[in-house]
Design a protein around this ligand. Structure first.
Ligand SMILES: Cc1cc2nc3c(=O)[nH]c(=O)nc-3n(C[C@H](O)[C@H](O)[C@H](O)COP(=O)(O)OP(=O)(O)OC[C@H]3O[C@@H](n4cnc5c(N)ncnc54)[C@H](O)[C@@H]3O)c2cc1C
Length: 383
């Protein structure tokens, strides 16, 4: 469905192989032990995939959203936690790619598989409204002091760099924001709690604190007060559509597991397979239709991003909401179609069901997206 050329197809096939060989075998342990998918990151780094979206002039693979989405879809089919770690990396990479002159070393390190990055946006004070951080940088003698309580940061403590949002020094409006790079060995950087969640258990999305972290002005990602625009125009398409791809991968995983179960087991006393029950086949059919729908929707929106029009941003928001809710529907149908077997951990469906719920509460949450889309349709300002 992604309509890839030969080179892109080869890359996605390579990602599928990495997923099968190095990510899938650890997925259950990553989930059960709530541990960071280090093997996945190592394998992706070794295969050049940390640099998937980094321009070739910095040693990267120079790919865009289409291939990134197809790769995320593949990884999410075997381990959504690893896919989410990778998605936050790709999303944060978009900042470095947008301002390459300032971040050449990081770009080269990422391309060489030596640097993992992520976004540290959500704050305890403004929760899922990431566009309005309540922390505020203080500028003095050309240096900046950052103090912030970040509530959830994927790959917290594992990533080498963090794109941190905060209000512009001296700014008064909630959306007068800046983005800065913080390194994990910066003084005042600390992970402030464990990660123990319903799903995405390998994601390491712990809370993080910056306690009077002093950085130089050249750590700014964008111009003063340009954080809000950068978040929405540079990062959001990568994050929102990448998140859709993770939801699509999860829906595909549940659909495939359901096919295998319905055709693999049956009732001895009736001499049949579960697939012989029309109700279960109908549930499976709904799963297939919904999964195809959200993947086709995602690809249509990627088409629009590649050839932008006035409605492109709206389409991007629609895709994240539709894929998140679609994956919840599909994984729920899988739970029903496969009965007690799905409730147990010997099928992947219960993990897919738990993991799929994350996208709906990841900002912009589905509720917020529905509100934004409704506002846009009614001509009401979004912010
Ligand atoms: C697996 C995972 C990984 C994450 N990784 C990161 C990361 O790497 N970096 C990062 O910055 N953040 C990350 N987050 C945080 C995420 O983006 C959200 O900020 C967080 O999930 C919001 O949770 P909350 O309890 O603060 O929600 P709240 O903001 O308290 O929302 C509670 C409920 O209110 C609803 N709501 C909020 N505003 C409105 C509104 N205007 N209209 C209608 N309903 C509304 C929400 O939809 C939600 O249902 C991650 C979250 C998860 C689950």
């Amino acid at each position: 469905m992604y309509r890839l050329n030969e080179e892109q197809t080869a890359l996605v096939e390579k990602a599928r192989q990495i997923a099968a060989d190095s990510i899938a075998p650890n997925a259950n342990a990553v989930d059960a032990e709530s541990r960071f998918p280090a093997e996945a990151v190592e394998a992706l780094a070794k295969g050049g995939f940390l640099g998937l979206t980094i321009p070739t002039e910095y040693g990267g693979l120079g790919q865009g959203l289409r291939v990134a989405a197809a790769v995320l879809d593949e990884i999410a089919q075997v381990d959504a936690s690893a896919a989410m770690v990778y998605l936050m990396h790709i999303s944060a990479c978009s900042c470095y790619v947008a301002y390459p002159a300032s971040f050449e070393k990081i770009l080269r390190d990422i391309a060489a598989g030596k640097h993992l990055t992520t976004l540290a946006w959500s704050e305890r004070g403004s929760r899922s409204h990431f566009w309005a951080p309540v922390s505020q940088a203080v500028e003095e003698d050309g240096q900046l002091t950052l103090s912030a309580t970040k509530s959830w940061v994927t790959s917290a403590g594992q990533a080498d760099s963090y794109i941190v949002s905060t209000r512009t020094p001296g700014g008064t409006a909630a959306t007068d924001t800046m983005l800065y790079v913080v390194y994990k060995d910066d003084p005042g950087f600390a992970i402030s709690g464990p990660w123990n969640s319903l799903g995405m258990r390998g994601n390491g999305s712990s809370p993080m604190v910056l306690d009077k972290t002093i950085i130089s002005a050249d750590r700014a990602i964008c111009a003063p007060s340009d954080g809000f625009r950068t978040m929405l125009e540079v990062v959001l398409p990568w994050f929102a559509l990448g998140n859709s791809a993770v939801s699509v991968g999860l829906a595909e995983a549940a659909t495939q597991a359901t096919i295998k179960h319905l055709t693999g087991v049956g009732m001895q006393h009736l001499g049949n397979k579960l697939a012989d029950f029309p109700t279960l086949r109908a549930r499976l059919a709904q799963m297939r239709i919904e999964t195809d729908k959200i993947r086709a929707h995602l690809v249509a929106v990627i088409d629009s991003v590649e050839n932008p029009g006035p409605a492109t941003t709206l389409y991007v928001l629609e895709s994240k909401a539709s894929a998140a809710e679609g994956a919840i529907l599909v994984t729920d149908l899988g739970m029903k179609a496969c009965g007690g077997a799905a409730f147990s951990k010997h099928l992947t469906i219960e993990r897919n069901f738990r993991d799929a719920r994350a996208a709906s509460v990841m900002a912009p949450t589905t509720d917020v997206l529905w509100d934004f889309i409704g506002r846009a349709l009614c001509g009401i300002d979004l912010f």
